[in-house]
Design a protein around this ligand. Structure first.
Ligand code: NDP
Length: 303
């Protein structure tokens, strides 16, 4: 039996970052413009801190301006909204990203809708959601766009393929469905109330899993020859790695797909880690670069 080929997200993401860095250096040289991203982090969630540090580091490596504003866990919603207003009015800030999730006392929807849609490099503002679904130019949400880039590079034209998106979340599932639709796929969106989920998955030429449940999708849910994109990032105990100093079990990251089973049925598959994850930050840099060009009325690089 031939095993699926691995889609190397790390390598794809590196190429995007290199192209962004090249475009940034051209902007600097020709227009004295340094695209700049401001990330707002509220509280001390360890996973969010890791993402934010990585976003800052990779922006700087691409030659962009990078600023992280760290607010106390107890900051009021109004103070956060006031900060966003200030950033909206600051012409040296091209991209604004508020790291999610936010503490429970803050309404995420209010915060997202306070960001100037043209600086919304996550593409989550309702104006940008509308632009995406109607085919207008918009910042494209970074994770689903990363999935699409890998699919296009791996499969070429996606026209006529049956795609199943296992998620209807605003940040992954819905924008992913919009993007696949715009590529002429026949798209099914599945979720926690979908009946006969395994059978729906078995119909898919392209299966996107973004559920957040470790290894839920089994090998025999995969249509032979399908392409599987695993967005899920889940931490599970790894007894084979032994114990931490405090006696607790060490852990490892897995996706939503049972990789070892699925690779026996699929043609192509993304690993976790090293698949979709690296594409997300690479596209955040891309979106910041494009936002800067749009704000200054410059031609957008084709990335
Ligand atoms: P959400 O919890 O917002 O959405 C999960 C979706 O999965 C929902 O639509 C939910 O259905 C559906 N779902 C949950 N359980 C089941 C089930 N048993 N059967 C079928 N569908 C189910 O998650 P996110 O979109 O925020 O994230 C999803 C995963 O993707 C997480 O593991 C997250 O860590 C990862 N992620 C990875 C990123 C990356 O850069 N690689 C970026 C963003 C997320 P319903 O709507 O009915 O509740």
């Amino acid at each position: 039996m031939t095993e699926a080929k691995i889609i190397d997200g790390k390598a794809f993401a590196k190429r995007i970052r290199e192209r962004v860095a090249k475009e940034v250096s051209i902007l600097k040289e020709n227009y004295d413009l340094v695209p700049s991203l401001t990330v707002v982090l509220v509280g001390d969630d360890p996973a969010s801190k890791v993402y934010v540090t990585s976003k800052g580091k990779q922006s700087s490596e691409a030659g962009m301006g990078s600023n992280t504003i760290h607010l106390d866990e107890n900051v009021s919603e109004q103070d956060l909204l006031d900060l966003i207003k200030k950033l909206n009015n600051d012409t040296s800030v091209n991209g604004i990203l508020v790291q999610l999730p936010l503490p429970k006392h803050i309404d995420e929807a209010n915060v997202i809708s306070a960001i100037n849609p043209d600086k919304d490099v996550d593409g989550f503002h309702t104006v940008n959601v509308g632009r995406l679904w109607t085919g207008a130019k918009s910042p494209i949400p970074c994770t689903p766009f990363g999935c699409l880039q890998m699919l296009r590079e791996t499969l070429g034209d996606l026209t006529g393929k049956r795609a199943l998106v296992l998620s209807r979340s605003n940040i992954v599932g819905k924008p992913m469905a919009a993007l696949l639709l715009s590529e002429n796929c026949t798209v099914t969106i599945a979720h926690s109330s979908t009946a006969d989920l395994a059978d729906r998955c078995r119909e898919a030429d392209i299966l996107i899993a973004a559920v957040g449940r470790p290894q839920m999708i089994l090998g025999d849910w995969i249509k032979p020859g399908a392409t599987v994109i695993d967005v899920g990032i889940n931490r599970i105990d790894a007894p084979e790695k032994g114990n931490n100093k405090d006696g607790s079990l060490k852990s490892r990251l897995v996706g939503d797909v049972n990789f070892d089973e699925a690779k026996l049925n699929a043609s192509y598959i993304t690993p976790v880690p090293g698949g979709v994850g690296p594409m997300t930050i690479a596209n955040l840099l891309r979106n910041t670069l494009i936002a800067a060009c749009r704000q200054k009325g410059l031609a957008e690089p084709n990335l």
